[in-house]
Write a protein that binds this ligand. Structure first.
Ligand SMILES: Nc1ncnc2c1ncn2[C@@H]1O[C@H](COP(=O)(O)OP(=O)(O)OP(=O)(O)O)[C@@H](O)[C@H]1O
Ligand code: SF4
Ligand SMILES: [Mg+2]
Length: 320
């Protein structure tokens, strides 16, 4: 097992109280597996991804455990995480390509980055050049400023940076969202190539775009309001999804292209709850067509088939 997350709780401390952004999330990622993570804006996808690599205020670790390659990952200890960051687990954060420092040439930025993790830059140069070739970036990109790169090129550059220490798990947060369709395809193909060549072993691929998940994910995890609604094999989602939220998500997608954006999600009546003060019981109950009085209690997370997990009372009742 590459990664195991058990009952993870990550809250933001704010003046109004705790925002329960990740609230009891459990899942596993096998060696070589690509787990797609989807759900409406604000459901906690980035908080989950960031907390596994870069947990810092106002994010607070509340509870839970993370195991990577049979070793406990000290996510709550920013300093101790230094020896795991990039080496065992790496992230391409949401908006990373816009965050490249505009006043630094790419090469100098990489030098500073490697020095900050105690790796001499010179030793990395052959590897960097090899990977630039794989992602179709020119070798002289190291002498360029970020502004000289297109969006697709910047995204491929941050993919190279995140993969350089050959992490067991790489988290890619919305890396295709700002790209046109052909750049999206190229990015997805390159990630597959990274996995094939062993640059990364397993991937968490966070996106709003289910059509991209279709191209890349083995398994899909649907999140709702800081919790996991359903985990299942990606290729079975259209036919076999059971959670009322997953079913509504799918039905709000157009037949072809199956892309969902915030706009399309307006097709589901109502709004996700405020995570400062989420409702008791199932957090989806105010929008759920199948809700009943049972749903005022928190549904357990049950396994319904191999690789298929769900948190919904309806499925518990069916099996009672
Ligand atoms: N720095 C912060 N302080 C307080 N609350 C925050 C902070 N960052 C995020 N949140 C809240 O945490 C919740 C989860 O946010 P998160 O960014 O993880 O969602 P997301 O699923 O990645 O959304 P998106 O699809 O828009 O990227 C939201 O309610 C958000 O408002
Ligand atoms: S637990 Fe109840 S409210 Fe929640 S998804 Fe299932 S049926 Fe709907
Ligand atoms: Mg996000």
């Amino acid at each position: 097992m590459a990664l195991e997350v058990k009952d993870l709780k990550i809250y933001y401390k704010t003046l109004k109280g705790y925002v329960k952004a990740v609230d009891g999330v459990s899942f596993r990622v096998k060696d070589g597996e690509i787990l797609g993570i989807a759900g409406e804006s604000g459901c906690g996808k980035s908080t989950l991804g960031n907390s596994l690599v870069l947990l810092k205020p106002p994010m607070n670790y509340i509870d839970g455990e993370v195991i990577i390659d049979d070793q406990k990952l000290p996510i709550a200890d920013y300093e101790k995480m230094r020896s795991f960051r990039y080496r065992k687990i790496a992230i391409i954060p949401q908006y990373a390509m816009d965050a490249l420092n505009p006043t630094r040439k790419i090469g100098r930025m990489l030098k500073e980055l490697f020095e900050s993790i105690g790796v001499p830059f010179e030793t990395m140069i052959p590897k960097i050049k090899e990977r630039l070739k794989i992602v179709n970036l020119p070798q002289n990109v190291l002498d360029m400023y970020p502004i000289e790169l297109s969006g697709g090129m910047k995204q491929r550059m941050v993919m190279v940076i995140a993969s350089l220490m050959d992490p067991s798990v790489m988290i890619a947060d919305e890396i295709t969202s700002a790209l046109d369709a052909s750049s999206q395809k190229a990015v997805v193909q390159m990630l597959r190539e990274f996995r094939k060549r062993g640059f990364v072993r397993s991937l968490l691929f966070i996106t709003h775009d289910i059509s991209v998940l279709y191209q890349i994910a083995d398994t899909v995890m649907i999140m709702y309001a800081g919790k996991v609604a359903e985990i299942m094999p990606m290729d079975k989602i259209l036919r076999d999804a059971l959670h009322p939220y997953t079913r509504l998500l799918i039905s709000s997608l157009p037949e072809v292209g199956i892309r969902y954006t915030e706009k399309l999600l307006e097709g589901i009546p109502g709004q996700p709850p405020n995570l400062l003060n989420p409702p008791e019981g199932c957090r989806f109950k105010d929008r759920c067509p199948a809700a009943n009085e049972r749903c005022f209690e928190e549904p357990p997370f049950i396994q319904v088939e191999e690789n298929h997990w769900i948190a919904c009372w309806r499925e518990v009742e069916k099996r009672a």
